[in-house]
Every structure is written in C-alpha cells, then in structure tokens.
Design a protein around this ligand. Structure first.
Ligand code: NDP
Length: 246
C-alpha cells in the first residue's frame, strides 16, 4: 500500500474531526476511534456520503489498555501499517483541588495521559518495522501554564510534553518524529462546559481576540506529517492566538 494510513484518536468531534477531514482531503486513509458507538456510525456514514471510502472508525476507549491493544492489532491485520498517529482524544473534569474527586482525577489522567502509552506502545512497533512514523500528541496551553480548576487536566497535558520529548529521543534515528501540538481555546464541544462570563474573560486575554477554530489546529498537525517538517521532533508547537505569552 502506498497511501499514508493515519490513526486519529477521538476523531468523531471537534479538533479530531477537523484533523480527520484534513487528512482525507490530503488523500490519507483515516482511521479513528471513540467511545460512542452511535456517533461513530453517524461519523462513518457522513464521510461515506461525502464520497470517502478510505475511512474506518472503531469503538475504543483510549483509557483502556486492552481495548487499545486489540484495536491496533485489528488495524494491523486489516491495513498492515500505521504511518501517522495523532493522540487527540481528551476530556476535562474541572474542579479546584479541594473539590476534586478521585474519580475525576483518574478519569482525566487515564484518558489524556495513560492513553498515550496505551495506544502508542502498540503502534510504535509497526512504525519501527517500516522505519517511518509521525506521532503527534495534542496537549493544551493549560498544560504549559496551568489553569484554575484544572490540576488534573494540566498535569496530564504537562505529562504529554515529557512523553513527547522522551519518545522523540528514543526514535529520532528511526525516521520517526514525535511532536506535541498545544492548542489554546478552540471552538468545540469541550468549550461548551465553560460558563459564558468565564469564556468572555478568557477571550479578553487572547492576544488575537478570538477563539481558535478546529481547522487551524488540523493545518498544523497536517504540516507535521509533510516532508517540510521532517527535521522537527521533540517540539511543542503552540497554536493559541498568542495566549502562551501571558
Ligand atoms: P471534544 O470533546 O470536542 O471531542 C473529543 C473527542 O474524543 C470525541 O471524538 C470523543 O468521542 C473522543 N473521546 C473522548 N474520550 C474518549 C476515550 N476515552 N476514548 C476514545 N475517544 C474518546 O474535544 P476537543 O476536540 O475540544 O479536544 C480534542 C483534544 O484537544 C483533547 O485532547 C483536548 O484536551 C485538546 N484541547 C482542546 C482545546 C479546546 O479548546 N477545545 C484546547 C486545548 C486542547 P466520544 O465522546 O464518543 O468518546
């Protein structure tokens, strides 16, 4: 197979969906996974109605090691390779630390951070075998700066940066790059839980004066898969309208 095969976790909504659409427009075969079977089916129908046949969608909870193992094994059996991995799936469960429950701590750490190990440890051997790979992990500006009510989320996203840099060192001589794209506040369902007055404050702090669009993250992710980016590894690319400066 000469086409590039990409696995994008959490590609049925928001940033992940924009990444999938961008990849499809660039003629990649796109495989995604998410937990909601009905939405997955709708997502797949939608892509097929748009004329794409090079798509697939798995029900897989990225916080679950065994589900990730069997999903990647199935993809290998069906398609033989994974050239590009985008670890995008993520959740928030915000609360100040004094109100943070163990359940919310664990859910966020498992979905946003354990998932990197759960998926990547199974995909990496396929990339090593072919001496090629592009791994892109989606972090957050709040993993760089911290945020009130997000000790769990900021810790998980900061962990993403350590994971990225360490793995980049391990595989840099194998033609595999590993980078983090760190979005600021992007218009997706994830933002829907933020009260309007807080959102207005946030927008007021963004130097370019607006929220970002999922497509703006997807463009940067795509660039990291192109030949022009082959000298970039172990990097954190901030896409946040300048918010990281404050
Ligand atoms: P959305 O909530 O819009 O979409 C999340 C996607 O991940 C959905 O497809 C969802 O599908 C899937 N997902 C959630 N949990 C799991 C799981 N356990 N296993 C597999 N799939 C899962 O999120 P965004 O698009 O806003 O965020 C995408 C990434 O970008 C996340 O990592 C987020 O932390 C990061 N980010 C987002 C920002 C923003 O402002 N929106 C800012 C900075 C970073 P389903 O529910 O069916 O499982």
């Amino acid at each position: 197979m000469s086409e590039k095969i990409a696995l994008v976790t959490g590609g049925t909504r928001g940033i992940g969906e924009a990444i999938c659409k961008n990849f499809l427009e660039n003629s990649f075969r796109v495989i995604t996974c998410a937990t909601n079977a009905e939405r997955n089916a709708r997502w797949l129908d939608m892509r097929i109605s748009e004329g794409y046949s090079n798509v697939d969608c798995y029900v897989c909870d990225v916080s679950d090691y065994e589900q990730c193992r069997s999903t990647v094994a199935d993809i290998e059996q069906k398609y033989g390779q994974i050239d590009i991995l985008v670890n995008n799936a993520g959740i928030t469960r915000d609360a100040s630390l004094k109100k943070m429950t163990k359940e919310n701590w664990d859910a966020v750490l498992r979905t946003n951070l354990d998932s990197l190990f759960n998926i990547t440890s199974h995909v990496l051997p396929l990339m090593l075998k072919r001496n090629y790979g592009r791994i892109i992990n989606i972090s957050s500006v709040n993993g760089e700066k911290g945020q009130f009510g997000q000790t769990n989320y900021a810790a998980a996203k900061a962990g993403t940066h350590g994971f990225t840099k360490s793995l980049a060192r391990e595989v840099s001589n194998k033609n595999i790059t590993v980078n983090t794209v760190s979005p600021g506040y992007i218009e997706t369902d994830m933002m829907a839980s933020i009260p309007k007055n807080i959102l207005d404050d946030i927008i007021g702090q963004i130097p370019v004066g607006r929220l970002g669009k999922p497509e703006e993250i997807a463009e940067v992710v795509y660039f990291l898969t192109t030949g022009g980016a082959e000298y970039i590894t172990g990097s954190v690319i901030s896409v946040n309208g300048g918010l990281h400066m404050y």
